[in-house]
Design a protein. Structure first.
Length: 499
């Protein structure tokens, strides 16, 4: 009952005229920032942080949180419309969102992404409201062994029940792990795989550079080959009636949305995990439990709603350890944490006692930001569809320029632009040879998280792998991961000897 009273007080703060305007403006700006390749919520929040010194601390954090939410929605737009991930969190949305757009169903993909984001955001904010302190304590028990077990399970969802060729899937994962290992060794500090000492490789391979190359440049090259020089104009259309019909169809994906929401929120509350692994894991799990796994990657709506629900849920989840423990759950919340410290708000357990108005005003604003992001997103769908009606001869140069900008912005280094172009050619060749690209993307995201977790675990245990089976949470997750990994072998033996 006390929680409900505090939340009502929070809504009174969130719906103050200034704060409400900040929520709406923040959501709209976030939508644009998320849709621009290479920007994403991290850069958006960092760039707009100085503007917040013009308003009170509560309004400032509400504004930045609204940008964060809007950017989570916006990342799906360029992923679906152009095949270029607006941010790393939206890469998994490209897998099925882009094929739907190419089939003339861009409105369906955009409505699915917006609705799933709303469901994921709503479920995560409710969980945040009800269970913030106990969930923060659970997240704190997750050490290196549990993190590695979780990463192993993410890989297993792609290998164990993937519809793709298993050897090609494994090869794709290995290539991604190699790319993820480029840079400086995390323990010794020694450079590795820097290809003749090229300075650009010392900071590693930026994930967005790989994603934009594989999905932006490669997609453009593939489309040019398939069209054989003909002018292509998408037949995508939109109307109020179609939007309502699409919303009704989404009832069938509700189970996937809920699954993605809970998984994304849980991954989001783990320190340093963030929304990208959550979205990729949700996509892999949705494919695993689907009765129509073969359609994934070809335009399955479940492949859009799972990652979109997960990345929005994870963005809320990442705020939980930031507020309750002072530990940021993602790069964006690290910037928010810095802003709070500047404004004299010290994150931690006492924040909920000493600054109740701030905490509950922020939580209430998340409900509002979620709703306004959905409304703004759906209202702009006709404008997004208009982009697809452009002839491909006009669209291709625009896509190419956006890819170049998206590859340059994260590090401001031309090395990454050249690398992106190389990845574009590699992605095009992988597509021609029918190699799955999703596992490689998963590996380059999770590899840098899994490697330090594995090495730290083995240092703790003196080199024994038993540590993954003697700790409660780690053992359960490890066993599930091994079951998923061994399922292809069991399936092969069953078909060969028992069927």
């Amino acid at each position: 009952m006390e929680t409900l009273t505090l939340l009502i007080d929070g809504f009174a703060i969130a719906f103050e005229p200034l704060n409400l305007v900040l929520v709406i403006v923040g959501c709209a700006l976030g939508l644009f920032i998320g849709a621009m390749p290479g920007l994403g919520s991290v850069n958006g929040v960092a760039i707009l942080l100085p503007m917040t010194f013009l308003v009170p601390p509560t309004g400032a954090v509400i504004f930045l949180a609204a940008i964060y939410y809007g950017a989570m929605y916006g990342g799906a737009i360029s992923s679906i419309m152009l095949g270029i991930p607006g941010a790393s969190t939206a890469v998994a949305t490209t897998f099925d969102g882009r094929p739907l757009a190419l089939k003339g169903l861009a409105d369906k993909a955009l409505v699915a992404a917006a609705t799933a984001s709303f469901v994921g955001g709503t479920i995560s904010v409710i969980l945040f409201t009800l269970f913030a302190p106990p969930l923060a304590e659970v997240a704190l028990t997750f050490g290196a062994p549990e993190i590695f077990a979780l990463m192993l399970m993410a890989f297993a969802t792609f290998v164990g029940l993937g519809g793709d060729d298993i050897p090609k899937t494994l090869f794709s994962i290995c290539i991604g792990l190699v790319f993820g290992a480029v840079g400086l060794d995390i323990i010794s500090g020694e450079p590795r795989l820097i290809f003749g000492g090229l300075p650009g490789f010392f900071h590693g391979i930026n994930f967005l550079v790989l994603a934009i190359g594989i999905y932006g440049i490669a997609e453009m090259l593939w489309t040019i080959e398939v069209s054989q020089g003909e002018v292509m104009i998408s037949q995508a259309s939109v109307s109020f009636k179609r939007i309502l019909a699409n919303l009704r169809e989404l009832k069938l994906t509700l189970k996937t949305m809920v699954m993605g929401s809970f998984l994304g929120y849980f991954v989001g509350i783990l320190p340093a995990a963030g929304a990208t692994p959550g979205a990729l894991m949700a996509y892999g799990l949705a494919k695993t439990i689907s009765k129509d796994r073969e359609s994934f990657g070809k335009g399955n709506v479940d492949g859009v709603v799972a990652p979109e629900a997960a990345n929005n849920a994870a963005s809320t989840g990442a705020m939980l350890p930031m507020l309750t423990l002072g530990i940021p759950g993602s790069p964006t919340t690290a910037i928010l944490l810095g802003g709070m410290v500047i404004w004299g708000l010290e994150p931690g357990p006492l924040l909920f006692v000493e600054h109740k108005e701030f905490v509950w005003g922020l939580i209430a604003s998340l409900y509002a930001a979620n709703l306004f992001s959905l409304l703004i997103n759906i209202a702009f769908i006709p404008a997004f569809i208009w982009v697809l009606r452009l002839p491909f001869t006009i669209l291709a140069p625009i896509i190419f320029i956006l890819c170049i900008v998206g590859g340059f912005v994260p590090t401001m280094d031309m090395h990454d632009v050249w690398l992106m172009l190389i990845f574009g050619v590699v992605g095009y060749l992988m597509r021609k040879l029918n190699y799955p690209m999703a596992p490689a993307v998963l590996a380059i995201v999770l590899g840098p998280l899994a490697e330090p977790a594995l090495r730290q675990s083995l240092l703790i245990s003196g080199g024994s792998f038993s540590i993954f089976f003697t700790r409660p949470f780690a053992s359960v997750i490890s066993v599930l991961a091994l079951i998923l990994l061994l399922l292809p072998v069991a399936k092969l033996l069953y078909e060969k000897y028992l069927k």
